[in-house]
Design a binder for this molecule. Structure first.
Ligand SMILES: Nc1nc2c(ncn2[C@@H]2O[C@H](COP(=O)(O)OP(=O)(O)O)[C@@H](O)[C@H]2O)c(=O)[nH]1
Ligand SMILES: [Mg+2]
Length: 446
């Protein structure tokens, strides 16, 4: 660079003025950015409202949700919708107590609707045991219970709920119920929201951490269910988690605007890739699969997803409603929606009408056999052995399922028959505590 200029024939050296200029410019810039910084910092400074009663301030950048939320004091809200859920509550609370996520960082919100089986009474009993009488596992944070009926007339029997005609209205109504719950329950200080159905039988104790560390906006595990011997062993349960297909889109386009597609019914052939069928029992539990629709049994979501306006459409959104539409809507809003094909939680087995009829037939056959004098002798001789065999069989199966789900198989626990135990009369399958009871015996109870 030329270091001098000629003025009136004199050569003037510009090196010094130029460097002074540079220093001046630099200082000017520094000052400028300091002023801007100071200005904007003032805007974000935490206001001091201490003198004004009842004012709360939240800097929402503090509640984004970390992938190791348990180390970062991330509060998580567990939302649980309940309808005629007395039977399943003991099971739910058992899995809740065992969660390894710091209990003091977990808030609980329940919505009880349209129930006629003392769900509220049993819920209160379980909560009392959890927060007052119980002790070792650590107290949970805030607990809220909401009660609101939505006029759900479809029964909670397996066949009532799963009939094709019931699906559209049921999903829309459930969507409404979930929205009521999420809009009243999520507080500004929640970083994560975990939606859990009450009727889950086996679930890893580390479920929250296991889902959270993937750092996705919406994430679900695979959901299967155990089956009694005569039906086969285990079966995919939740078909609502899937990736969209060409056939699915074509079907959507062919339906009226209020239609709701539901998976698993011959009326709607979508040929979608279902998370449930992607399971490899020996596969990597960390494996991820992009999804469009999600099932509601166990959804972990960043609270920001709901704060940004995603929800459970109680109307047809892209020909879906409730949780499947929540997946589609969240994806539409550019949130990440992920499923884990090889990470499984186990829904309870509930017999359908046909199963119950078949079981009744089996029982009748057994009864006739017992009454036949010739058969009786053989029967009595064989009974103990046969029963032992069934029990051992289930114990072995259950052990392998538990091992696969990384839950430690339990040692036998004595049953609490005291008056303080849960209202046994109202809880016909309290014995779903499969840690100590043979599965087959439980099915016979139903
Ligand atoms: N608040 C509310 N909860 C419901 C209603 N129907 C079902 N539930 C609850 O929602 C969860 C999922 O319901 P469930 O019948 O098990 O669904 P499925 O397993 O997909 O057939 C469970 O915790 C039920 O107790 C309803 O109408 N209102
Ligand atoms: Mg269920």
């Amino acid at each position: 660079m030329k270091a001098s200029i000629s003025i009136n024939g004199y050569e003037v050296d510009t090196r010094i003025p130029l460097s002074i200029c540079a220093i001046f410019l630099f200082l000017n810039k520094l000052l400028h950015s300091w002023i801007i910084d100071e200005f904007t910092r003032n805007e974000h400074r935490i206001p001091d409202f201490q003198d004004i009663p009842s004012v709360e301030f939240y800097d929402m950048s503090n509640y984004q949700g970390h992938k190791d939320g348990w180390n970062q004091n991330n509060r998580i809200l567990i939302c649980v919708p309940l309808k005629d859920a007395s039977n399943a509550l003991p099971l739910f609370f058992k899995t809740l107590e065992k969660m390894t996520y710091p209990h003091e960082l977990i808030d609980l919100s329940f919505l009880v609707s349209d129930s006629s089986d003392n769900t509220m009474y049993n819920l209160l009993n379980m909560l009392k045991r959890l927060q007052i009488d119980g002790g070792t596992s650590g107290k949970f944070g805030n607990i809220e219970i909401y009660e609101k009926d939505f006029g759900q007339v479809i029964g909670q029997g397996f066949s009532d709920r799963h009939g094709f005609a019931a699906q559209g209205p049921r999903r829309k109504l459930m969507g409404k119920a979930r929205n009521w719950l999420n809009t009243v329950a999520i507080k500004p200080y929640h970083s994560w929201v975990y939606w859990r159905d009450v009727d889950v039988e086996i679930i890893p104790e580390t479920i929250l951490e296991d889902l959270m560390h993937h750092d996705k906006d919406v994430i679900v595990p695979n959901v299967w269910r155990p089956l009694p011997d005569w039906l086969g062993n285990i079966q995919p349960y939740d078909l609502n988690s899937w990736k969209e297909s060409e056939a699915g889109l074509a079907l959507s386009n062919s339906l009226g605007e209020d239609a709701v597609i539901v998976e698993g019914y011959p009326e709607y052939a979508t040929w979608r890739s279902h998370l449930a069928y992607m399971r490899d029992p020996n596969g990597d539990p960390e494996r991820e699969m992009e999804l469009d629709g999600v099932g509601g049994v166990s959804i972990l979501s960043k609270a920001n997803v709901f704060r940004s306006g995603s929800h459970f459409p109680a109307f047809s959104f892209k020909k879906h409603a409730e949780t499947e539409a929540f997946g589609k809507l969240s994806k539409h809003m550019n949130f990440t929606v992920i499923g884990l094909p090889n990470y499984v939680v186990w829904h309870i087995y509930e017999p359908s009408k046909e199963d119950l009829q078949y079981m009744a037939k089996l029982e009748e056959k057994e009864r006739l056999k017992r009454n036949d004098p010739d058969e009786r002798e053989i029967y009595e001789e064989k009974w103990d052995d046969k029963f032992k065999y069934e029990v051992t069989d289930w114990q072995t199966e259950k052990r392998s399922i538990l091992l696969e789900s990384k839950i430690k198989p339990e040692t036998e626990k004595p049953i609490d028959w005291s008056d303080n135990s849960v209202d046994d009369d109202n809880v016909p399958f309290l014995d779903l505590d499969l840690g100590s009871e043979p599965f087959r015996a439980d099915i016979m109870h139903l």
